[in-house]
Design a protein. Structure first.
Length: 647
């Protein structure tokens, strides 16, 4: 283990970070200061709304003052998503110029593996360079190279799991061979290794590897190969990075966890300090086996800090949320510190025929508390209805779509890849208040056009290339992007579409290309888009009854969010007789700690409820159908719940 260095963090440094990060009058409590001052290899288990990421930011601000470190070692900051990394940079970037430059690195786990392991490994083993590590581009190339017969057979066999299947074929430790990676055994067994289709898959995969087209899973496979073939790489990375911070650790997959552990924990022999930060009770992106494995206390990694105080949750909501926690290491407990409002959780009980009255009732309750000054609407106020499952055509198996007639199961703004150019000009995030989302979509359309013509860029790489090689064209493109975005805002869709189509030959000419393989993408219009223009004033999956918006979405969409008020919609999930949260988790609704650790769907349900119930700062409502209320919750404690019946 690395020698423990006392960084002598002073109260003045803590005060400076508070001034930067916290509202006036707020401060860090003892739990957070203890973590901020700790630079040993530890795990931090923190409750929802605890401000753990803010505490990490304070630690980084303080660490900035000590850069460069001895021997020019660096700091490695990792998280699960680009959004999380961008938020870190946005909040402290201007205060930490050294932290976000060499020899330090801030990015996703994927980006770290790509840059420091997968790409060097590939370059060492092949003469060609990697073209792209990207699932979307990889799938496009797979479609181009596989025969029509094999593709048809696979789509019939795997149906909606076709994409997952082709991404599950990866390189093994013997370069040149491929095998199945992380895919269901029963699915694999449907495809005999002796069939021509299987042999063609292997051949196509080898072609893509040699051409430099990898998917995200391939990167981890190459990373593992690199460490096995060149074990000194591990020592080099440890020497490069003195401090490693992984935020939202519970969201990592098992292969990400294993690789980081191998490099930076190194069975307790690492030269680096490795801190993992998160809340394993919120691990809704991985199953319970992976979660337990990722957070298992190993020899040498026995130091666990906790932050039990939630700045978001009120005492009454925190007491309820605590009952849904699966893991209670080191006296873990959810304690509500928010004293601004202390409303009891509300249980909205409805008849089957009244299911579409639930969200309007939620709006009515919010409006009542606004009028009675329990809370006020501010620019940061957020009201949201969330559930686990989106939609089913089966009768009496309630999903989110049963509560809201106009619920759109697949929101267009979540998709960034379309089959036709025109779709990019309509399906952008209309909730953004700037032109940025439109500009990004237009650039994504150009990126796809170039891919059809066998040119591979990210948006940033494309702009940088044109800027460095043709300033006149760069200025034209910048001006056009602005004018096109303004045109879309003004709903001049047809004019913008024609203008972009006219510009594309000019763009391709920069690279000595003409419209060839991209013709259909550019000129064929989507059936879904024909005769449409962007609906700038329509917000998808949002209702407004009393003068404020209530968003409707999944629990996954709400993870990491803070709401003023949250409505948790029970939805059908699973098999057997207990398919709703109030059936599986009736004891937790009655403030009894979760104890069904041997029941898979109970475990899944409690993690969903833990995340969903822990979103609001002021008001939590939970919708339960009357029959389930009578059979499972009729003896619920009305001193701790407000019961609202829809009649």
């Amino acid at each position: 283990m690395p020698a423990i260095v006392d960084l002598n963090i002073t109260s003045d440094e803590i005060a400076e970070s508070i001034k930067i990060l916290l509202p006036e009058g707020k401060s860090f409590d003892v739990e957070r200061i203890k973590f901020i001052k700790n630079f040993e290899t530890i795990d931090l288990q923190a409750v929802p709304g605890s401000g753990k990421t803010t505490a990490l930011l304070a630690k980084l601000i303080i660490l900035e003052k000590r850069l460069p470190l001895n021997n020019n070692r660096g700091v490695l900051i990792l998280s699960h998503t680009n959004t999380a990394i961008d938020e870190i940079k946005d909040k402290i970037g201007k205060y930490c110029p050294k932290l976000f430059s060499y020899p330090n690195f801030a990015g996703t786990v994927q980006a770290f593996v790509d840059q420091f392991l997968a790409i060097p490994c590939y370059n060492n083993l092949f003469t060609e360079k990697i073209q792209r590590i990207d699932n979307e581009i990889y799938e496009e190339q797979f479609e181009k190279n596989i025969s029509y017969g094999a593709k048809t057979a696979l789509k019939l066999k795997f149906q909606d799991k076709y994409s997952s299947f082709i991404k599950s074929i990866f390189v093994t430790n013997e370069i040149g061979l491929v095998d199945i990676f992380s895919f269901e055994e029963k699915i694999i067994n449907k495809l005999s290794k002796e069939t021509p289709t299987y042999k063609e898959l292997i051949s196509v995969k080898k072609q893509l590897i040699k051409k430099g087209f990898l998917n995200y899973n391939d990167a981890y496979a190459f990373g593992k190969i690199y460490l096995e073939k060149f074990p000194k790489i591990k020592d080099i990375l440890q020497q490069r990075f003195q401090y490693i911070f992984v935020d939202e650790m519970q969201d990592l997959d098992i292969h990400q966890y294993e690789l980081l552990e191998k490099v930076f924990f190194d069975s307790g022999n690492s030269k680096s300090t490795f801190q993992r930060i998160g809340d394993k009770n919120q691990a809704i992106y991985s199953n319970e086996v992976h979660t337990d494995e990722i957070w298992k206390v190993r020899e040498g990694r026995d130091k666990l800090l906790t932050i039990n105080g939630s700045q978001r949750l009120t005492p009454m909501v925190a007491e309820l949320v605590n009952c849904f926690a699966m893991y209670r290491d080191a006296d873990f407990k959810v304690i509500g510190k928010n004293e601004d409002c202390n409303l009891k959780p509300h249980l909205i009980v409805y008849e089957k025929s009244k299911i579409k009255s639930v969200i309007p009732k939620f709006s009515e309750i919010i409006n009542h508390y606004i009028e009675s000054n329990h809370f006020t609407i501010t620019p940061k106020s957020k009201f949201k209805s969330i559930g686990w499952s989106k939609h089913t055509d089966e009768v009496n198996k309630y999903k989110i779509s049963d509560y809201c007639e106009n619920f759109i199961v697949q929101k267009s703004i979540t998709k960034i890849d379309f089959e036709n150019l025109d779709s990019y000009l309509i399906k952008f995030d209309i909730e953004k208040k700037t032109l940025e989302s439109i500009r990004k979509n237009i650039l994504n359309a150009f990126i796809k056009t170039l891919r059809f013509e066998n040119l591979y860029f990210t948006k940033r790489e494309l702009l940088n290339f044109i800027n460095q090689n043709n300033d006149q064209e760069y200025q034209i493109l910048k001006k056009n992007l602005y004018l096109w975005s303004i045109g879309i805002i003004r709903e001049n869709f047809s004019d913008v579409y024609q203008s972009i189509k006219s510009y594309i030959p000019q763009l391709l000419n920069i690279f000595g290309k003409k419209i060839n393989f991209s013709h259909n993408f550019i000129y064929n219009t989507s059936q879904l888009i024909q005769n449409q223009t962007p609906q700038m004033n329509i917000k998808e999956n949002t209702v407004n009854i009393h003068g404020f918006d209530i968003e409707i979405g999944t629990i996954h969409s709400a993870k990491g969010e803070t709401h003023t008020a949250t409505l948790y919609l029970e939805t059908f999930y699973g098999n057997g007789n207990s398919n709703y949260e109030s059936q599986r988790l009736a004891e937790q609704y009655k403030f009894i700690d979760f104890n069904k650790h041997n029941k898979k769907q109970h475990i899944q349900s409690t993690k969903m409820a833990y995340v969903g119930f822990s979103r609001p700062t002021h008001l939590l409502c939970v919708a339960v159908q009357k029959d389930r209320y009578k059979s499972h919750l009729s003896d619920i404690d009305t001193n701790k719940w407000e019961i609202i019946h829809i009649t």
